[in-house]
Design a binder for this molecule. Structure first.
Ligand SMILES: Nc1ncnc2c1ncn2[C@@H]1O[C@H](COP(=O)(O)OP(=O)(O)OP(=O)(O)O)[C@@H](O)[C@H]1O
Ligand SMILES: [Mg+2]
Length: 261
């Protein structure tokens, strides 16, 4: 079974961090032990959009050999485990991305699903995450520049012995300038698992530092995130948002439980 996915795109701003946070939360809502990791160590923002405030130990310290991965895991909604990266440039400089390979075994032992939020570009810190997961999931926007960059990542992944499992088409609109799903699949040569529409609720939720699947569970983007999570977890698709509302006790427990183990 595929358990570790790297969420990548090549181009910046396609929605990698948004997909990692929301797909991870949706998997946790379905009761799957899920861990999401911010491997965008230079421009870390996975922890920020999930409302993590105090993160004294992060992936930076783990990859610098100064801390264990369990000390860099924090608890998010529905028991989601989050490994943030630090915000300091000094921390980024001390982190050795090559150590990510060693950290992976420890992480996969601790969860059913593991999602790595990859950086944009093709620098070393962006290339390493492409080879350490079981599969790479490409996040593509319906425009030529995003498609070409995703294709580069696909080629690069295969060159270094990784595997691209599929793509997610994010931020689709009804605009006729949008490239079609069929066109993108043909150029990319991988299946588009699902489509996430442009949805203003995504940014509203991110401003509230909460995943859209929690803040606006009935929105079209949330439905798409749950469909993708259900497919990954091998579950029937559940359309009813009520089934995944976070209750008072879960919220309280999350406030009290500051750090995961
Ligand atoms: N489906 C969507 N609808 C509306 N806004 C979206 C959607 N997906 C992502 N966004 C917004 O697009 C912006 C970029 O998203 P995000 O940070 O997830 O991209 P990224 O690929 O991680 O970027 P980077 O390459 O800089 O790491 C954010 O403001 C996010 O809220
Ligand atoms: Mg990002």
């Amino acid at each position: 079974m595929i358990r570790a996915y790297t969420i990548a795109s090549g181009k910046g701003g396609t929605g990698k961090t948004t997909v990692t946070a929301n797909l991870g939360t949706a998997l946790a809502q379905y009761g799957r032990e899920t861990c999401i990791v911010d491997t965008d160590m230079g421009m870390a923002n996975l922890g920020l959009i999930l409302g993590l405030e105090e993160t004294p130990v992060t992936l930076h310290e783990v990859l610098a050999g100064k801390a264990q991965i369990r000390d860099a895991m924090y608890e998010g909604p529905y028991g989601l485990k989050i490994v943030p990266s630090g915000l300091s440039l000094q921390g980024f400089q001390s982190a050795d991305p090559e150590r990510l390979k060693d950290v992976m075994r420890d992480l996969t032992d601790r969860c059913d699903f593991l999602l790595l939020d990859a950086p944009a570009g093709i620098d070393t810190d962006a290339v390493i995450p492409l080879s350490v997961a079981d599969e790479v999931l490409l996040i593509v926007n319906p425009e030529i520049s995003s498609l070409i960059d995703a294709l580069k990542i696909k080629i690069l992944t295969e060159m270094i012995g990784g595997r691209v499992g599929g793509a997610v088409l994010n931020r689709t609109t009804l605009d006729s300038a949008d490239m079609s799903k069929r066109q993108i699949e043909k150029v990319l040569g991988v299946r588009i698992i699902d489509t996430i529409p442009e949805d203003a609720n995504v940014r509203r939720a991110s401003a509230a530092r909460t995943p859209v699947v929690v803040k606006y569970p009935g929105s079209e983007s949330s439905k798409a995130f749950r469909r993708i999570a259900a497919e990954i977890a091998g579950l029937p698709i559940e359309e009813e948002p009520e089934a995944v509302q976070e209750g008072f006790i879960e919220r309280l427990a999350r406030t009290l439980f500051r750090r995961g183990s």
